[in-house]
Every structure is written in structure tokens, then in C-alpha cells.
Design a protein around this ligand. Structure first.
Ligand code: HEM
Ligand SMILES: Cc1cc2nc3c(=O)[nH]c(=O)nc-3n(C[C@H](O)[C@H](O)[C@H](O)COP(=O)(O)O)c2cc1C
Length: 491
């Protein structure tokens, strides 16, 4: 394909882009692109490869567009005729932790997870910051997530031997040992935040002996994440593994292929996300896309059947409990490959999952408050499970996430029966601010806080914790609005 021809298709009525030396017609896809049409229109008639590879895996384009939209290879001898794109002014460089006034503060000055957010905000693009920070509607679910941890207090024991030599923070998830009771939660498109993206998250997890759950929407191929992780894990010699996070695509064949590829790549478990039949209503994402629409005009009418900004066009909205058996089969559950449901938000669903016998773990999460407005935070769901169907905790492992910023708070979830806590945004901010070094430092901060809290609680390992080490009266009051009626006695 001659570049002069490509350059002619630089508008919403006919939009072609070049990705990895191949020409694609994305006109019909403009209104469907979850990242919005403007990102594609800015690159119309031009080589989109460098922008595309920051965010997407090499295979996304083939997996997403119909075969007919691949117009063929670019004739390289004509490349100089492609439309030139004006690059946005780069932000002040922040890649290294120097004391330079224009860069970020030295990494050592980040002493708690919350310190990373403002530094990342200054370092990363508005688009990346919006993607990470946005949450549903008024952000209430997200704020409730942050607040929940303060609604549980500890009941420490004293005069116990907590000598350093006795301390052991290790635990396991789905039979896979790990050094600490927390893991890196699934977050899509990490490459948007930092060029090291998923590579940094995988290497950081391996270097510190924690697990990582790469997203279906990884910026790099899942196989590459697994290979990088394996190499880093060999070096660290610490236990660490990958749990593949699955978004079920409306095209079952695509989902089966995705699962089989993850299995072949060596992922140790499958986290099936069940809280996303469509993408939540995120105001800031919509504002960004609305601004882009003002600049570029609305997408062509024929492409607006799927709401721009929502990847519901790809997700299986019709998924039910009846889909679990074929997902299990594709994953090879009968051959001992474990599976968890991510996004359980009620005791009723926790019980259904546990009683089904189809899953090994439930993962209580409201998706970082990004899906349902006014969704319950994970500790509230966990408390409800303990009161309404405590047998769930005997049948399944329980993982939780949402708003956790402190090592000590992780242990509150463990006291309530959780095996491990997922950390999402804070590690992305650490990544955006300092790359892999930031993620490793953030993990170390959590580890130190966690070790200190264990000692102050009078125990030497998370395994010794149980509900006698916490007071949930306030959390129970928050849930019931009934002062004290459901105190610890109802645990
Ligand atoms: C033909 C080219 C492209 C295709 C087929 C495509 C496809 C997709 C798909 C399927 C998603 C959903 C998540 C995923 O599967 O990874 C997505 C999300 C996204 N894409 Fe693209 N994309 C293309 C080009 C680009 C480019 C060039 C950029 C940036 C410069 C971009 C930025 C984004 C962003 C920011 C999201 C996340 C949206 C959100 O969830 O808020 N995409 N894209
Ligand atoms: C930027 C971002 C992207 C996310 N992408 C995914 C995803 O691809 N799949 C998924 O199951 N959950 C995703 N989540 C939800 C996280 O897995 C996790 O549930 C949540 O971030 C935990 O809350 P926290 O960010 O407050 O720690 C995402 C969260 C964020 C912040």
C-alpha cells in the first residue's frame, strides 16, 4: 500500500492508520474504541505504531478488528509520504529519582503509599492519570474503599516473643507460596502509565516474592509478561507466580483461545472478573472523551452503536453462572488448575460460588470503586459472609481488594479470614512516578508496615491472626446502622 494513499484517509469519514508496517481501516471502529475516537483520529493517515505500542499488545489490533480492515502492508519505499503528526510537548522529565527541581523527589522520601499519587500526577499524561484515578459516578465507592480500613481496630496482645528471628510473613494463594499476604491486582494498560508497564510490575513482584495478576488488557502480550516474570523469578529465587485475570469476551471462541494461551504461557491460576458486564460510569473518562469529541467532532453515525468510552462492545454481558463450566474446562480445572471469581460483592453470591464447587477462591472486590456506584467495600462484604454464611470461608480461599494503602490494614483483612489483599492504584502511581524502582519501593514500604504491625499485635506471622485480634463493632454499625447490635459476638 502506497503511503500517499494512506495519507489521504485522515478524517472521521475515512480513517486509516499504520501499525507495525501494516495499514488498517479504523473508520468503523472510531465510535467503538474504548480509548475514544480522538486517539485514533490524531493518528489518521499516519504511522500510529509508537503511540499504539505504548498502550497495546502487538496482537490487539488483529484480535479486535475484522480481517477485512487489514488493508495490507505499507510500501516502505513510500513511507516519507505518510501524514506527519505533531507530537504533544513532553512533560518535564520525571523518569529518574533525582534531586533536580524539575524531576520527582528522591524515592527515599516516599515513606507511605499515598506519597506516590501526587508525584505520579505530575509525571504522567493527563490521559494516564485519568485512566488510573477515575472511579464510578461521585467516587463514593472509591472513597468508601479508602475509609473502610479505619472502621476496624486492632485488639493487640503483649508480652509475646516477637523477636525478628521468629517473624515469618509468608503465606500462599491457591496453593502457590508467597512471601507476603498481598499481591499486585490486575490493572489494564500499564504501558499507558510508564514505558516499563507490565514488565516492571512482573519484575517487581518476582523480585519481592509476591504474586501478580496481569490483566486481559495487558499492554504487552501475556506470553511476554510470563517469560519476563519467569526470568526475574529465577534471579530472585523467591516464590512468586502469575494469576491470569480474565475478561470474558462476547465471542466465546476468543475467550477460549485467551484462556488456552494463558495456560500454555504458564499462568498458575485464573481470576475470572465477574463485576464487569459493562464498564462503569466514570465521569472523568467521559469528560476527557467529550473534550476530544469537541475537538474532533462526533464519530461517524454508523459507528456510534457502541458507546464510546465503554468496552462493553467486547465484554460478554450475557454471562451467567452457567458459563463457569466451559471456562473451567478451557482452563483445565480438572487437571488441578485453580480458578477464582473476582468481583464478588454480596454474601449471597459468595455462597453461590462456594456451594457450586466450581471455584477455589472468591475475590471480594468492587473493582477499586470503578464499576457500581455505591458498591460495598470488601471488608463489609467479608463481614456479611461471616455472619450470613460462614461456611464459605471453609470451602474457598478469600482474596480482597480496594483502597488499601497500609501494610497494617492488610492484616485486618487477614484477621477477618482473607488470605491476601490486592493492591491496584497505589502501585500504578509508584510505577508512573519512578518506574520499576517505585513499585519495588512501594512493596517494601508495605512489607515494613506489615512486619511492624505483626510485632505490635503480638504475633509472628499472619497465620496466627484471627478475629480475636480485631474489633469490628464500628464496621458492623456502618453496615447495619444499628449501634453495637452486631459486634464481635456475631463474628
Ligand atoms: C487500530 C488501533 C487500535 C485498536 C484496534 C485498539 C483497540 C483497543 C481495545 C480493544 C481496547 C480495550 C482494552 C484492550 O483490549 O486492550 C482499547 C483501549 C484503549 N486504547 Fe486502543 N486501540 C487502538 C489504538 C490505540 C491508540 C493509538 C491509543 C493511544 C494513543 C489507544 C489508547 C487506548 C486507551 C487509552 C484505552 C483504554 C480506554 C479505557 O479503558 O478507558 N488505542 N483499545
Ligand atoms: C487503572 C486500573 C485498571 C484496572 N484494570 C482492571 C482489569 O483490567 N481487570 C480487572 O479485573 N480489574 C481491573 N482493575 C481493578 C483492580 O484489579 C482492583 O480490583 C482495584 O484496583 C483495587 O482497588 P485499589 O486500586 O484501590 O487498590 C483496575 C483498576 C485500576 C485502578
Amino acid at each position: 500500500m502506497d503511503a500517499r494513499e494512506v495519507a489521504k484517509h485522515a478524517s472521521a469519514s475515512s480513517c486509516w492508520v499504520v501499525i507495525h508496517d501494516n495499514v488498517y481501516d479504523v473508520t468503523d471502529y472510531l465510535g467503538e474504541h474504548p480509548g475514544g475516537q480522538a486517539l485514533l483520529l490524531k493518528l489518521a493517515g499516519a504511522d500510529a505504531t509508537s503511540e499504539y505500542t505504548k498502550v497495546h499488545s502487538t496482537t490487539t489490533v488483529q484480535e479486535t478488528l475484522p480481517h477485512s480492515k487489514h488493508l495490507g502492508p505499507l510500501d516502505d519505499s513510500t513511507r516519507q509520504h505518510l501524514r506527519c503528526i505533531t507530537k504533544p510537548k513532553p512533560k518535564a522529565t520525571t523518569k529518574t529519582a533525582s534531586s533536580n527541581m524539575s524531576g520527582p523527589p528522591p524515592l527515599a522520601l516516599c515513606v507511605r503509599l499515598a506519597d506516590f499519587e501526587p508525584i505520579a500526577r505530575a509525571a504522567i499524561s493527563r490521559q494516564a492519570y485519568t485512566y488510573i484515578s477515575s472511579a464510578a459516578d461521585t467516587l463514593q465507592s472509591h472513597h468508601d474503599n479508602l475509609a473502610q480500613w479505619a472502621s476496624v481496630s486492632f485488639v493487640p496482645r503483649v508480652l509475646r516473643n516477637v523477636a525478628l528471628a521468629n517473624m515469618d510473613t509468608s503465606t500462599s494463594m491457591l496453593g502457590q507460596p508467597c512471601a507476603l499476604p498481598f499481591f499486585i491486582a490486575a490493572t489494564g494498560l500499564a504501558g499507558l502509565t510508564h514505558p516499563e508497564g507490565e514488565r516492571a510490575l512482573a519484575a517487581a513482584a518476582a523480585s519481592r516474592g509476591i504474586h501478580y495478576s496481569p490483566s486481559t488488557y495487558s499492554s504487552i502480550p501475556h506470553k511476554e509478561v510470563a517469560e519476563l516474570h519467569r526470568a526475574a523469578q529465577k534471579q530472585s529465587c523467591l516464590p512468586s507466580t502469575l494469576f491470569f485475570q480474565l475478561y470474558v469476551h462476547h465471542d466465546r471462541a476468543k475467550t477460549v483461545q485467551l484462556i488456552r494461551d494463558a495456560r500454555a504461557a504458564g499462568y498458575a491460576g485464573l481470576f475470572v472478573t465477574v463485576d464487569t458486564p459493562c464498564v462503569g460510569n466514570r465521569d472523568e473518562d467521559r469528560r476527557l472523551k467529550a473534550e476530544d469529541q469537541l475537538a474532533f467532532g462526533p464519530p461517524p453515525a454508523k459507528t456510534t452503536k457502541v458507546v464510546a468510552g465503554s468496552n462493553s462492545g467486547q465484554l460478554a454481558r450475557n454471562m451467567t453462572w452457567d458459563d463457569l463450566p466451559w471456562i473451567r474446562n478451557a482452563w483445565g480445572h480438572d487437571h488441578g488448575r485453580p480458578l477464582a471469581l473476582k468481583g464478588i460483592q454480596s454474601a449471597a453470591d459468595a455462597k453461590l460460588a462456594a456451594d457450586s464447587g466450581l471455584v477455589d477462591a472468591i475475590y471480594l472486590s468492587n473493582h477499586g470503586g470503578r464499576q457500581l456506584h455505591s458498591a460495598p467495600p470488601c471488608l463489609a462484604t467479608l463481614l456479611r459472609i461471616r455472619r450470613e454464611c460462614p461456611d464459605v470461608l471453609d470451602k474457598c480461599e478469600v482474596f480482597v481488594d480496594g483502597g488499601c494503602l497500609r501494610g497494617g490494614d492488610i492484616l485486618k483483612a487477614v484477621c477477618l479470614g482473607a488470605k491476601a489483599v490486592g493492591i491496584g492504584r497505589p502501585l500504578l502511581y509508584a510505577l508512573g512516578a519512578y518506574g520499576m524502582a517505585g513499585v519495588v519501593h512501594a512493596i517494601d514500604i508495605l512489607k515494613n508496615e506489615l512486619e511492624t504491625t505483626l510485632a505490635l499485635l503480638g504475633v509472628t506471622s499472619p497465620a496466627q491472626l484471627n478475629s480475636s485480634y480485631i474489633n469490628v463493632a464500628k464496621l458492623a454499625r456502618d453496615i447495619d446502622g444499628l449501634d453495637g447490635i452486631f459486634g464481635n459476638s456475631k463474628l
